[in-house]
Design a protein around this ligand. Sequence first.
Ligand code: AMP
Length: 378
Amino acid sequence: MSFLSLGLAPSLLRALDNQNYIHPYPIQKEAIPAILNRKDILGIAKTGSGKTASYVLPILMNCQGINVSKNRHINVLVLVPTRELAVQVREVFHLFGSELPKRVKSMAVYGGVSINPQMIALQGVNILVATPGRLLELVNSNAVHLSCIDTLVLDEADKMLNLGFEDEMKRILALLPTKRQNLLFSATLSDNVENIHQLFLHNPVIIKIDAEDDNIELISQSAYFVSDENKGPLLRYLIKSKDLKQVLVFTSSVYKADNVVDKLRKNGIVALAIHSKRSQNARTTALAKFKTGKISVLVATDLLSRGIDIEFLPYVINYELPRSPKDYIHRIGRTGRAESPGEAISFITPDDKDHFRVIQKKMGKWVTMIDSEAMDLI
Ligand code: AMP
């Protein structure tokens, strides 16, 4: 099946072609025609499934019928849990919208950066991608109005609820016109998400895609038994011996992330950390440098394990294991995406052994174990 049969405009087909999107992913096959038909959607799909394009493309098409946004009344609102995801989703709108005959202006707003430039730039915006807290600030300052919205997207709704955005979400929903199209995407259908779904979806088309579980098959996984003191040397050894050019290293704490970066730097490996204690600008710069290959190692806390798409990320290293098996799957899901294979490596200390067994059991896959003891790490 090609994108041609999904009812998209020729300019979007050209943009898809430019991006080398040849065949629609399963979620796109189902969601694009339904969204074009103005149906509500409940999409249970994780990052890696192609869910962003599944709503961006038909929304851009539907926007071709609307007039230029006036007096800061936006037409489409996409709510996302994190700043990084806001930037990323907006990039996809921009990427595919650039060739449309009728210009559609999109913008991302999020906290952690000055509000004034965002207030100014909001003039004439049709599609707004926002984190909930900053959106409410902008609404309260009359920088944006939500009463003309005809499409609402909640992306990563489960994460939004887990991060405690429920009140903000309800306050935002109360400001929207009742007649509108609603698209809800969530990695899981938790009780919380179920409540939100009951609250605002009307006869939704339900699409369930187990993309990340499928992805696991694409990822080659291994684990090294290693003592705590030898983790640093093992990381350097792997980076150097495998000549790793783009590797995302996960730690469990902010302190550890900074510490790993320091040690790598002292050993001549250029790395940056990205976590909640770094400013938004520092995070954006680090991610951009990593994406463009200016630095080869990015050290992150779980802030990054969801939602961020880095094309062709070949390696993920769990310097420290996450607490939940779900987070493990999200972390390694950074690799092996978009049908390109990847490798995930985990460091297992004697204290981690039982926990790692639980993770493997939950994942339904056993990972090759390598003992680092006999390795010449220095
Ligand atoms: P997402 O789940 O939206 O984060 O998308 C995951 C990755 O798949 C991104 O790198 C997209 O650019 C890529 N992608 C999405 N749909 C397609 C497609 N139909 N063909 C090729 N790549 C795609």
